[in-house]
Design a protein around this ligand. Structure first.
Ligand SMILES: [Zn+2]
Length: 278
């Protein structure tokens, strides 16, 4: 696969995430930002934990996985450096913490056992998206565990932001895996735990779920109370589906890509999330 050349990753950030970031900083100032020395301490502590009880993936240990990881990391042309670790767990999960261009990425063994290399590229790309968009700046887990100390308005903005941040990260995932299919099958496996289902069935199922959600939003009222939980899987699917053609064109340097069209997609997905945030 040809490596995409992207000059400006920031331009791929989901527009709604950007506007939430602005609102959070306007209202809360620098309060929710993680303190510099605190972040450094967390990065070091996490690395020590990983070196102690996880396994670092090297080219010798897992050549294919390591190649996929290097491919994704090289998209950023040396802007970030870090290691990939694996830990035993059947749960399909991965996580990253980054500070000042340094990060460590942890992937659960369930993903390595059950995901294809292209699906892994989506997962790794998604995590590196969190690095590139500096999502570790907001200590969302700590903030949410001390919710009572935070004004409710800021807490709800932070929750909305953390959901929107997933859409931004997915776009880097898409860039790394190079197409809609592995992105969608990875999302499906993560959500359902099921393997071996044909992509056409997966697309039909996600589309159906998204359409029901959209109908509910347009109709409003109590019948659609389930939407209050922010059903992120259908929304992330729709955002991926809509952005895929553009991002693939961008990857290939093809003339089909236009930022104007990309912003229109942004606005449509923002409308759905904003309607749920109201
Ligand atoms: Zn994420």
């Amino acid at each position: 696969m040809k490596r995409p050349v992207i000059e400006d990753f920031e331009a791929l950030r989901f527009g709604y995430e950007e506007s939430l970031l602005r609102r959070i900083t306007e209202r809360a100032g620098p309060i929710p930002l993680r303190d510099f020395s605190d972040a450094q301490r967390l990065l070091n502590g996490r690395r020590q934990d990983l070196l102690g009880d996880a396994v670092r993936i090297t080219a010798d240990l897992l050549p294919q996985v390591y190649t996929a990881y290097s491919f994704c990391l090289d998209l950023f042309r040396g802007a970030y450096s870090g290691d990939l670790f694996v830990r035993q767990s059947p749960t399909y999960n991965a996580s990253v913490f980054a500070h000042e261009g340094k990060f460590d990425l942890l992937i659960h063994s369930g993903l390595l056992n059950d995901f294809t290399i292209d699906e892994l590229r989506f997962v790794i790309g998604h995590e590196l998206g969190h690095v590139a968009f500096e999502h570790s700046r907001f200590p969302i887990h700590e903030i949410l565990s001390h919710l009572r100390e935070i004004p409710p308005e800021i807490a709800s903005l932070l929750l909305s932001w953390s959901r929107a941040a997933e859409v931004s990260a997915d776009r880097i995932g898409l860039l790394c895996c190079g197409g809609l299919t592995p992105a969608v099958t990875a999302l499906f496996k993560t959500a359902s735990g099921l393997r071996g289902i044909h992509v056409d069935r997966i697309l039909d199922s996600f589309r159906g779920q998204y359409e029901e959600l959209e109908r509910g939003i347009r109709k409003g009222g109590d019948a659609y109370r389930w939407m209050r939980t922010h059903p992120m899987i259908p929304i992330r699917f729709k955002a991926l589906e809509m952005a895929a053609l553009d991002i693939v064109a961008l990857c290939r340097g093809a003339p089909g890509f236009s930022w104007k069209g990309f912003r229109a997609i942004d606005a449509q997905i923002a409308f759905i999330l904003e309607s749920l945030d109201r």
